[in-house]
Design a protein around this ligand. Structure first.
Ligand SMILES: NC(=O)c1ccc[n+]([C@@H]2O[C@H](COP(=O)([O-])OP(=O)(O)OC[C@H]3O[C@@H](n4cnc5c(N)ncnc54)[C@H](O)[C@@H]3O)[C@@H](O)[C@H]2O)c1
Length: 257
């Protein structure tokens, strides 16, 4: 079925790679217009050229970049109904191994980036919806690691748990303010994207690492980007108009144990 996002205007962060890129592809398939953003402008420009979508550089940790991205959304799309905060970094290490810099960097990108994005986009969404009508949606990429902890992911566990709760606060703020804007979080387990490259160690192939990760999942394998992208289409479409403050696990049953 096409057209599930017809007439919607979206900004996606982390759109040069992995889940953000696949979400853009599915959004375009479903009739949305999308402004692609990423800090990696080389890969972003190439992906945007392939898809024929507008793009602008955006480091999600920088307030000034967000102001510029909103100006681009206003100029290139004429407004904004959807924000997907997909930009993120994985950080490995136990509480004893991690430097304060690594802990802070993980929170800067994953949490502060999401906070800045929600705050910036709400302004433009308010303006757009007041003028054009319709409904808005924010979707934040948390992780199953924001719900289930691991011994060697102290910073990532902490950051993704914060994204989960921040999303609920945003959802309640919008409801309280009478804004027709919903906010939800996605919680994938291991999905086959470049973010998993950091888990590959010398002497192990990527396929061996994915197979090992898959053995931790009740369904027996890691996920693929479309497993997440289709959930994003649903949660950002008006099909989900009564869904806000929700968290969707896309984890092959990991958290069901
Ligand atoms: N793939 C998984 O297994 C998985 C599982 C759970 C959650 N997630 C989350 O999903 C999101 C997307 O991950 P992915 O798998 O697509 O990873 P990815 O590494 O393929 O893509 C992440 C993108 O974010 C961009 N990025 C990094 N720092 C940025 C910054 N400061 N500003 C703007 N962009 C920045 C990168 O350039 C990259 O294009 C992340 O938030 C990640 O934590 C991924």
């Amino acid at each position: 079925m096409a057209g599930r996002l017809a007439g919607k205007r979206a900004l996606v962060t982390g759109a040069a790679s992995g889940l953000g890129l696949r979400i853009v592809e599915r959004f375009l398939d479903e009739g949305a217009r999308v402004l692609m953003t990423d800090v990696d402008t080389g890969r972003l420009e190439a992906a945007a050229a392939r898809l024929g979508a507008p793009w602008c550089p955006l480091d999600v940790t920088r307030e000034g970049d967000w102001a510029q991205a909103m100006a681009e959304a206003r100029a290139r799309l004429g407004g904004l109904e959807i924000l997907v905060n997909s930009a993120g970094i994985g950080t490995h290490g136990t509480v004893e191994e991690l430097s304060l810099d690594a802990f802070r960097r993980c929170h800067a990108v994953n949490v502060e980036g999401t906070f800045l994005g929600c705050r910036a986009a709400l302004g433009l969404m308010r303006e757009t919806l007041a003028r054009d009508g319709g409904r808005g949606a924010i979707l934040n990429l948390s992780s199953i690691a924001g719900v289930v902890a691991g011994h060697n992911m102290a910073a990532y566990n902490s950051a993704k748990a914060a994204v989960r709760h921040l999303t609920k606060s945003v959802a309640l703020h919008c409801a309280h303010a009478g804004l027709p804007i919903r906010a939800n979080s996605l919680h994938p387990a291991f999905i086959d994207t470049p973010i998993l490259d950091g888990l590959v160690r010398p002497g192990r192939t990527r396929a061996e690492v994915l197979a090992k990760l898959g053995r931790q999942i009740p369904l027996g394998h890691v996920g693929e980007p479309d497993d997440v992208a289709w959930a994003a289409v649903y949660l950002c479409s008006d099909e989900a108009k009564f869904v806000t403050g929700a968290e969707l696990f896309i984890d092959g049953g990991l958290a069901a144990r």
